[in-house]
Design a protein around this ligand. Structure first.
Ligand code: HEM
Length: 222
């Protein structure tokens, strides 16, 4: 049964929609958490510490965090694998090869594909930058406020994050809309409202995330 669903295009699109919505929920929470940086280092670092102690004493130190990490990794992998397989299927379904070298996929498909690749690379960079500190000179474990300020005190930090946040906005704008269609929420009467929700969500997330580097660059956060 699960195999049949996974083998169908609708099944893969459903996997994309559900995994995308899980990541979207995480991003809303992450963006709200990040905005605490405007309330000072004490509040931001305390929040980062709380992320590791959520659920205690039932959960052990960092168990909830690891649970969230596992769910996110499964969601990212499921999202990427189904996207790849759907795009392969799309190419194979062509009745014949184009005589002229035309773009193979639609504008939306191509932006989603490139947006997805940029976001995948960004997530790896972001974890090496602010979680493990591997690519972050002077990284201080347990001091996320200072680490974030350091990241946005370099030109490349700002460029990487701002480009990724813009890609994120575009990806969510189209992705949210597609997910709604796949899950059967769309209808002629609801489509306009759904497009508005997709636009507002994309705009809020992009603006909320970009507020942090802008805060550091303008000296509001230092
Ligand atoms: C300006 C934007 C962002 C800032 C300032 C920021 C900040 C941070 C910080 C400080 C951490 C480390 C938290 C800790 O260890 O206590 C973190 C972790 C993380 N962020 Fe972001 N983030 C931003 C955008 C994003 C975006 C757009 C995504 C996803 C597309 C994302 C996904 C993650 C993930 C997956 C983790 C790893 C969580 C973990 O395993 O510890 N972040 N972020």
């Amino acid at each position: 049964m699960a195999r049949t669903v996974w083998d169908s295009s609708v099944g893969k699109k459903t996997v994309m929609a559900v995994s995308g919505l899980i990541m979207l929920l995480y991003l809303v929470a992450h963006m709200i958490g990040n905005l605490k940086i405007f309330f000072g280092s004490g509040e931001f670092n305390h929040y980062a510490h709380w992320l590791r102690t959520v659920g205690e004493p039932f959960m052990h130190y960092e168990w909830t965090l690891w649970l969230v990490r596992i769910v996110l990794v499964v969601a990212v992998v499921a999202h990427a694998v189904s996207a790849y397989q759907l795009s392969r299927r799309d190419i194979k379904a062509r009745p014949s090869k184009y005589v002229h070298k035309k773009p193979r996929a639609s504008y939306a498909t191509r932006t989603m594909r490139w947006g997805g690749i940029i976001l995948g690379l960004f997530i790896v960079w972001h974890i090496l930058d602010l979680t493990t500190g591997t690519v972050h000179p002077g990284f201080q474990p347990g001091h996320p406020y200072q680490n974030v300020v350091d990241t946005f005190s370099t030109w490349y930090g700002n460029v990487i994050y701002i480009v990724a946040m813009l890609a994120l906005g575009l990806h969510i704008r189209h992705g949210f809309w597609s997910a709604a269609q796949t899950l059967g929420v769309g209808s002629r009467t609801r489509d306009r409202a759904l497009k508005t929700v997709a636009n507002v969500l994309a705009l809020l997330l992009t603006a909320g995330f970009i507020a942090v580097p802008v805060g550091v660059m303008t000296g509001v956060v230092s």
